[in-house]
Design a protein around this ligand. Structure first.
Ligand code: GAP
Length: 436
């Protein structure tokens, strides 16, 4: 199905997944607020990543480092000197563009006016630490979470007594003063990343790089992205970042074209070597078994949490005819769905509502669920289908007699009668079976 992006963005706003940041003040460009359903979906994406990276692996541990870091960090990392985009201005309409995103011609895409020569614009946001601006130290909001991991390499290695290879994972906000944020929240000025720095000996780097590419590709597929919506793209030599000996992007087919979800890079020993030089600390690693000492190489799978969330939303969007009416569905993987089930009494009559509330109370401690008793049952099913709820639990008049409910599955629409007493284990089993 060719997806109409406007339908996805309008569903996301209408149903409370995503709102423009500071909307009542006209919006702050490049910022987005995640609403009640959006925060659930985003948390589920991050939880799935954390689970696969830390809990399910013996060789990766987590950290949560500060967003504000010593300014030397960004000199060592190269961001102060090289984290720039080429900026051009239109002399006529004054709009600004990234020169590398213009498709030739040298004229303004808005009004056809003449453009200035490109100048390098640093994407890091600056702020001040200390009470008086003039005397205070200028610091940067981190443009990537990775550096919080590198500066803690030795702390973590010593605290956990790890031998290489091992990795450190982190999820958190990053900030970039993007020249042209856009495509909904694909390119934002404030966003979340999920990054892992995997420390290896130089000899292990190439194999680890290849293994992480396969592993990260599989993660998206396991969470339901269609194989044809994904591709791996290896960077050409002249495209590589200053630190990289090899980079492969996991790309997703967004409604406007292919876009990067994640980069997997062989960063060599660049990061620890530079931090060693700038901090004056010896960040080399001594292998007690082999007796070797070296500066570790790093393989980095670096994903966008918010950007992946957008991909999951786009890929899940579907339309189908139900009773002669075209309806929207979010066919989200169950582990990502904001609500796992909705409890729906067939009518608002008191005896039904009492049983429905009892079912709701039984489910709430176990699953993120919702309760809805307004409008017809058909409308309520439709509302749940379009936010991706995998199961609807309907309480009807027979429930008063047989103490059972009807469980309807979103995609197949198959209905099954289940005793209320068995509902928690039955739903758990359904959710586990299809989340595996
Ligand atoms: N530490 C390496 C690094 O940060 P990157 O390719 O600049 O690499 C990694 O960023 C991921 O972060 C991207 O693949 C993307 O998913 C996400 N990302 C980067 N800039 C973003 C932005 N402005 N808005 C949303 N996500 C962004």
């Amino acid at each position: 199905m060719t997806v109409d992006f406007d339908k996805i963005t309008s569903l996301a706003k209408r149903r409370g997944f995503v709102f423009q940041g500071s909307e009542i003040y006209g919006g702050l460009n490049g910022t987005w607020d995640f609403g009640p359903l959006g925060v659930e979906l985003l948390n589920n994406v991050k939880r799935a990543w954390w689970l696969s990276m830390t809990q399910l692996r013996d060789d990766v541990v987590g950290v949560d480092a500060a967003i504000l870091m010593a300014p030397e960090v960004w000199r060592a990392s190269g961001h102060v000197d090289t984290f720039t985009d080429p900026l051009v201005d239109c002399r006529q309409c004054k709009m600004r563009f990234r020169a590398d995103q213009l498709d030739g011609g040298g004229r303004c895409p808005n009004c056809g006016g003449e453009l200035t020569e490109p100048r390098q614009f640093n994407l890091m946001f600056k702020t001040f630490v200390g009470p008086v601006e003039e005397d205070a130290v200028t610091v940067y909001l981190r443009p990537e979470t990775a550096q919080g991991i590198f500066v803690n390499f030795q702390n973590v290695q010593k605290a956990t007594r790890r031998r290489l290879p091992f990795g450190i994972a982190q999820i958190g906000k990053s900030f970039r003063n993007e020249i042209s944020p856009g495509n909904f929240f694909f390119r934002s000025r404030e966003f979340e990343q999920m990054e892992c720095e995997y420390f290896v000996s130089p000899a292990q780097a190439e194999d680890a790089y290849r293994a992480w590419i396969a592993e990260r590709h599989r993660w998206y597929l396991d969470l339901g992205l269609k194989p044809e919506s994904l591709r791996l793209r290896e960077h050409e030599r002249d495209e590589l970042s200053h630190y990289s000996a090899g980079t492969t992007d996991v790309e997703f087919r967004f409604p406007w074209g292919w876009g990067e979800l994640e980069g997997i890079a062989n960063r060599t020993d660049f990061d620890l070597r530079r931090h060693g030089e700038f901090s004056g600390k010896d960040l080399s690693y001594a292998d007690e078994v082999t007796g070797e000492r070296y500066i570790p190489y790093v393989v980095e799978p670096s994903a966008g949490a918010t950007r992946s969330m957008l991909a999951f939303l786009c890929d899940a969007y579907d339309e189908a005819e139900v009773n002669g009416e075209t309806r929207a569905f979010l066919r989200l993987h169950q582990s990502l769905a904001p609500y796992k089930a909705a409890v729906l009494p067939l009518s608002k009559k008191e005896p039904l509502v009492a049983v429905a509330r009892e079912v709701e109370r039984a489910l709430r401690p176990h699953f993120m669920i919702t309760y809805d008793e307004t409008q017809s049952i058909g409308k309520r099913y439709a509302r749940q289908d379009e936010i991706g709820t995998p199961y609807c639990v309907t309480v009807d008049f027979d429930s008063l007699e047989d103490r059972a409910v009807t469980v309807r599955e979103r995609d197949s629409m198959v209905q099954q009668r289940l005793p209320i007493a068995d509902l928690v284990p039955a739903l758990r089993e359904k959710l586990e079976v299809t989340s595996g």
